[in-house]
Design a protein around this ligand. Structure first.
Ligand SMILES: NC(=O)C1=CN([C@@H]2O[C@H](COP(=O)(O)OP(=O)(O)OC[C@H]3O[C@@H](n4cnc5c(N)ncnc54)[C@H](OP(=O)(O)O)[C@@H]3O)[C@@H](O)[C@H]2O)C=CC1
Ligand SMILES: O=C(CO)COP(=O)(O)O
Length: 344
């Protein structure tokens, strides 16, 4: 192995991580499409961004695993189990693997209907759980925070969280990524950090819907605040400490994605809000919107777990029951108001 750091996934976030890493180290960036890696190496640019020459692209999964003992992964959650299985023969307990994925993988991948039997509990695996079950990697981490990739690629100031049960993972990530205007905070709450990153996408869709309909800043604030409450009570139901939800990877990322037009989850919700035409919004979306699958999974979970989550209910009804946004907003007003803060 050499001292290059591997990044798997050459989309928006993988490219942004590569550029941040290249400030401190050489980077091997894996693009599964050979033409893409050849173009990156020839032009030193990708998706319209000029890349530092310290980034070399590669399309051989075995080679990147052999050459890099530290690997970052940034691909869509629904592809993650396939990738983990493909990497498995090339990974060893010496590797450190850090993912930046904000979504879930179904426990039973055949069960695309997300049907959950009453005693099944949480129906999904986080990406660290996928890595643990599909590979023999031990030292696993999650990088999560308010990290809109376009802002990172423009080198605007940002910060993030590295969560892991292993100090080596945290220190390695901090040494590799810390730089002027980008800092990593540490967390021991790996699963909580992963869950917070996935759940905030649902709230970002809700906030986009509210703004697309011009329903005002008051309602936007209610949706974001009550959305955070729903993230926390889902966490509580899974015995997850609130810490992960209250820091940068929770409320920090929630603010970024629920207010930024450059968030794909927010802008998906915004498009729906503007047209109230879910079929068209789904049809027109070319970008990855992790929150759609997460909404379907989590809605089924909160129903079975008997949790009251009006914001998630609202998003579910608009996307999956084709309800108009104005009508779905009623979920937020359908409950007797009790204590404002009922979750701490
Ligand atoms: N963009 C952002 O601002 C941030 C995104 N994230 C999270 O990072 C994850 C990835 O998002 P993002 O980079 O934006 O998504 P993009 O859609 O921009 O890119 C996804 C990349 O993953 C690649 N890919 C898909 N499947 C595989 C596979 N099996 N093996 C190897 N490569 C694969 C795609 O390759 P191909 O082009 O060949 O299809 C593509 O390059 C998501 O979970 C997202 O929530 C986290 C923080 C910020
Ligand atoms: O998680 C993100 C920024 O932190 C990216 O959000 P989107 O996937 O909605 O673009």
């Amino acid at each position: 192995m050499n001292n290059q750091i591997g990044v798997i996934g050459s989309g928006n976030f993988g490219t942004a991580i590569s550029v941040l890493l290249a400030h401190n180290t050489g980077v091997l960036l894996y693009a599964r499409n050979k033409q893409v890696s050849e173009t990156i190496n020839r032009t030193h640019s990708h998706m319209g961004w000029t890349l530092p020459t310290r980034i070399k692209a590669i399309s051989d999964l075995e080679e990147i695993c052999q050459r890099c003992s530290v690997l970052f992964i940034a691909i869509p959650s629904f592809e993650f189990p396939n990738l983990a299985r493909a990497m498995s023969p090339f990974l060893t307990p010496q590797h450190i693997v850090i993912h930046g994925v904000k979504g879930f993988a179904l426990r039973d991948e055949q069960n695309r209907n997300y049907q959950i039997t009453p005693h099944e509990g949480f129906p999904v695996r986080t990406m660290s759980e996928v890595l643990k079950s599909e590979t023999n990697v031990i030292r696993i981490g999650c990088l999560s925070g308010p990290n809109l990739s376009k802002e990172l690629l423009k080198r605007l100031p940002a910060a993030s969280v590295i969560a892991s049960a292993y100090d080596e993972v945290i220190v390695t990530a901090q040494n590799l990524l810390n730089q002027n205007k980008f800092k990593l905070y540490r967390s021991q709450h790996l699963k909580g950090t992963e869950i917070a990153g996935a759940l905030k996408n649902i709230v970002a869709i809700a906030s986009g819907m509210i703004n697309g309909q011009n329903l005002g800043k008051n309602l936007e604030s209610i949706v974001i605040t009550k959305g955070l409450r729903e993230m926390l009570i889902i966490g509580q139901s899974l015995d997850i400490a609130p810490d992960a939800f209250l820091g940068l990877a929770g409320i920090g990322d929630l603010i970024a994605t629920s207010t930024a037009k450059s968030s794909r989850n927010y802008s998906f919700g915004y498009t729906i809000g503007q047209s109230d035409n879910i079929a068209r919004a789904l049809d027109e979306t070319r970008d990855l919107v992790e929150g759609i699958g997460t909404t379907e999974i989590i809605f089924n979970y909160i129903r079975k777990a008997n949790l009251t989550c009006p914001v998630i209910h609202m998003v579910y009804d608009v996307i999956f029951n084709k309800m108009e946004v104005q009508t779905a907003v009623d979920h937020i007003y359908a409950h007797n108001t009790t204590f404002d803060v009922d979750f701490l």
